[in-house]
Ligand binder design. Structure first.
Ligand code: ARG
Length: 247
């Protein structure tokens, strides 16, 4: 075989192998692992939650190879913008400013914002009672936006959900204002007897899986998500984590 043909065959082989690698590329999925009951480490140290198992099920259906990339919530949208991750699921609220810079799946969970106070607090019943109170919430979340139009003494921002609860229990804040699921979950579990949720649900908010703009994965994920909603797999997972039929 002439040297030229050998080189050509080698080039073709190399191209085929690299193409295969591109197609079978392991996806990186961003998550903030501190948002019970959506994503967290359980007592056995296993990474689990509604989001985690929902994405696992979607990925299994689509035959996707992927790994989780844990990050602070405020790093997720920038990581999608720079395409250093291929998708993110982290109780991310679908909102216009984010839709301008990333792409979202169909909504998969109806959430909203609530107030959490210490169990013995009788002063705070709604957001109108926060004028002389210190409120704490999580950095770069929709609660930060919402609190801009609420009169308070101070709004503290912390990047980690567990620290919001610590801040409330140690008296560094009078109330936590944040997504309803983690606050309800804390009030019913680790915080039982120590804290309570008060007032109405403020601002209903849908959660979506986020992708870099133009991602081809979104349509595939959407179809699987809808199939799971139609065939009962979504309802089963929902009941497992929230104890009720999907809203
Ligand atoms: N839903 C809120 C938002 O999108 C908070 C989400 C926080 N999620 C998390 N995994 N820490 O801004």
């Amino acid at each position: 075989m002439s040297k030229c043909i050998k080189t050509l065959l080698f080039a073709i082989l190399f191209a085929a192998v690299s193409l295969g690698t591109v197609q079978a590329k392991q996806l990186i999925v961003g998550v903030d692992a501190n948002f019970r009951p959506f994503e967290f480490k359980n007592e056995k140290g296993e990474f689990t939650g509604f989001d985690v198992q929902l994405f696992d099920a979607i990925a299994e259906d689509l035959g996707l190879d992927y790994k989780w990339q844990t990050m602070d919530f405020n790093g997720i949208i920038p990581a999608l913008q720079s395409k250093s991750i291929d998708a993110a699921i982290a109780g991310i609220t679908i909102k216009s400013a984010r839709e301008e810079v990333v792409d979202f799946s169909h909504p998969y969970y109806d959430s909203g914002l609530v107030l959490l106070v210490r169990a013995d607090n009788e002063d705070i019943k709604t957001i109108d009672d926060l004028k002389d109170k210190v409120v704490v919430t999580k950095t770069a979340t929709t609660s930060v936006d919402f609190l801009k139009s609420v009169e308070t003494e101070d709004v503290k921002l912390l990047p980690n959900t567990d620290n919001l609860f610590m801040e409330l229990l140690t008296g560094g804040a009078d109330a936590v204002f944040f997504d309803s699921p983690p606050l309800m979950y804390y009030a019913q579990n680790q915080g039982k007897g120590k804290v309570k949720v008060v007032g109405p649900l403020y601002q209903g908010q849908p959660y979506g899986i986020a992708f870099p703009q133009g991602s081809e994965l979104r349509e595939k994920v959407n179809i699987t998500l809808l199939k799971m909603m139609e065939d009962g797999r979504y309802a089963e997972l929902y009941k497992k984590w929230f104890g009720t039929e999907p809203k």
